[in-house]
Design a binder for this molecule. Structure first.
Ligand SMILES: NC(=O)C1=CN([C@@H]2O[C@H](COP(=O)(O)OP(=O)(O)OC[C@H]3O[C@@H](n4cnc5c(N)ncnc54)[C@H](O)[C@@H]3O)[C@@H](O)[C@H]2O)[C@@H](O)CC1
Ligand SMILES: [K+]
Length: 503
């Protein structure tokens, strides 16, 4: 699903009105009807007290339509107009009149802090104060109203965006933003819903298709693309029945040091479970018995050194090399890594200490094979590209980095971002249980396993990240977030592949 800016959404809005020959009031009615139907489905005629806070623009207009429709269904609704200006949007005014025709309990006006209603924690608050039209931080009593709502502990549903959240910048530390439990957003998600600095304001997220212009939505380039099952499924390459292991490539996993052989084991197992035809490992001698015993499907070649990598003479022609897990940063390992980079022409996957060595020796960047996949977590990224001002600045800097070095970058996080070929992809699978040791090693193995099966590196990164999260979701469902360990993610890749096509 594409993610559009506020300006693009406004354009989609206008085009829909024109091409579908409807009025903006009709579009608002359609959008808000989807929301009230959703609320009705979940509340099931409950008699919970609903307080709807409406701004005086179109987000407030949505709130008025939702209020009218819920009142018509018999819900206990009280409407408050957050009167931040005397200028009302046309659709606000039309729906204000319609609401007054529906109920004798007219909206109350909030013009200062003395007008704030009490909000009980057992009530249900709908936040329709500001949407994508927000253009400056909230001030004065409006900022205080946001605190008042947030501190009530009532359940908060935000319409389109949590009020106070900008669609194109990070709020300042003093800025007030509604902390929603749930956000229902129109047509496409907004980029800020997925950025680490702003995602917590959003709560659970639901996107409602309000029928905006299809042609525009499909032809317009988005700011980013959200990867859920339908998008991931499109990347999948079926296996031919007439094939042999040679068709699925050879992944060479290089890494490990004394005490850290498990990382190589996890990556190798994940590559095999993802479908790599052959997996070999190159590790220090101390890991030989461990690997041969724990993973008999993998071949093992050992370094001359017992405890660390010093000379990576693999003597093979692998489809992809997955480097860095548990490798450490010993000077001899650094030298061996440098030689490996110089010798390798195929795209590589570089993780963990591979990334750290590059960060400390930036001259290595020029030896990176084109289209290699780098998989940093935020700290590793910071070492690699330096500091950033905020999450928007980070996106810009990573895009520049991937362009300058012709690489794919997978920025791991609760929503993992994948950067490549001028685009940003945001992963929508996975769960907090996956914040566990070795989870990244498994991801490296999965992506390498896909590259070895001739997926393009970018496609391998996007699909690999999605499958990794999906497998983690399947494990968490059976085992809980707490009990999930990274080996489970590798073990459950089969269920993840099956789930990709389950519905
Ligand atoms: N596809 C779409 O774009 C649709 C949009 N609709 C709704 O319309 C909303 C956008 O409506 P508007 O453009 O009227 O904007 P908003 O309702 O978000 O904001 C209203 C106005 O408030 C003023 N304002 C901004 N920041 C302020 C601040 N800090 N303090 C005081 N005043 C401030 C601005 O003049 C702004 O235009 C969407 O979020 C959505 O809820 C829906 O009705 C249907 C379809
Ligand atoms: K809102």
């Amino acid at each position: 699903m594409k993610i559009f800016s506020a300006a693009q959404l406004k354009k989609a809005d206008e085009l829909s009105i024109k091409n579908q020959n409807i009025t903006s009031t009709q579009l608002m009615e359609r959008a808000a009807s989807h929301v009230s139907a959703e609320i009705h489905k979940r509340l099931q005629n409950s008699d919970i007290a609903i307080k709807i806070f409406c701004g005086v623009g179109n987000n407030g207009g949505d709130g008025l339509v939702i209020a009218r429709q819920l009142i018509e269904k018999g819900y206990n609704v009280k409407v408050f107009v957050v009167n931040y200006t005397d200028n009302r949007s046309d659709d606000f005014l039309i729906n204000y009149d319609r609401l007054k025709e529906t109920t004798n309990d007219w909206p109350e006006y909030i013009k200062s802090a003395s007008d704030f209603p009490e909000i009980d924690q057992n009530e249900f608050v709908i936040d329709a104060i500001f949407g994508i039209g927000l253009n400056r931080p909230l001030e004065g009593w409006i900022a205080k109203l946001v605190d008042h709502i947030n501190y009530s502990n009532a359940f908060i549903l935000s319409i389109d965006m949590p009020s106070g959240l900008f669609s194109d910048r990070i709020p300042g530390e003093e800025d007030r933003v509604i902390s929603a439990n749930f956000t229902i957003s129109f047509q496409t998600p907004k980029l800020v819903f997925f950025l680490p600095q702003t995602m917590d304001f959003v709560g659970d997220l639901q996107i409602l298709d309000i029928g905006l212009d299809r042609e525009f939505l499909s032809s317009e380039k988005g700011q980013a693309e959200l990867i859920s099952k339908p998008e991931a499924r499109l990347l999948y390459q079926p296996r031919k029945s007439n094939s042999h292991k040679g068709n699925y490539g050879h992944t060479l996993v290089v890494g490990g040091s004394y005490g850290k052989i498990g990382s190589v084991l996890l990556s190798s197992k994940a590559a095999l479970r993802t479908g790599a035809g052959l997996v070999s490992t190159f590790i220090p001698k101390c890991g030989y018995t461990i690997l041969q015993t724990a993973l008999p499907e993998a071949m093992v070649i050992v370094d001359k050194n017992d405890e660390k990598l010093t000379h990576i003479d693999h003597g093979m022609d692998p489809s992809v090399i997955c480097f860095g897990m548990g490798a450490g940063k010993d000077p001899e390992t650094l030298e061996a890594f440098k030689q490996l980079l110089e010798q390798t022409k195929n795209p590589m996957l570089i993780d963990a200490d591979g990334l750290n060595m590059i960060s400390e020796h930036k001259e290595l960047l020029k030896f990176l094979p084109k289209q290699s996949v780098l998989t940093p977590h935020p700290k590793e990224l910071q070492r690699l590209i330096g500091d950033w001002k905020d999450d928007f600045d980070k996106l810009k800097k990573v895009e520049e980095f991937t362009r300058n070095h012709d690489v794919i970058l997978v920025l791991k996080g609760s929503h993992t971002f994948i950067f490549g070929e001028g685009n940003i992809y945001i992963n929508n699978s996975g769960n907090p249980g996956m914040a566990t040791a070795g989870s990244g090693d498994v991801l490296s193995g999965i992506i390498s396993g896909l590259i070895s099966q001739q997926y393009q590196p970018l496609a391998a990164a996007i699909l690999g990240v999605y499958l990794h999260g999906l497998s983690g979701d399947i494990v968490a469902e059976n085992r809980s977030y707490q009990a999930l360990i990274s080996g489970d993610i590798a073990e459950n890749m089969g269920a993840a592949f099956q789930s990709l096509f389950a519905d």
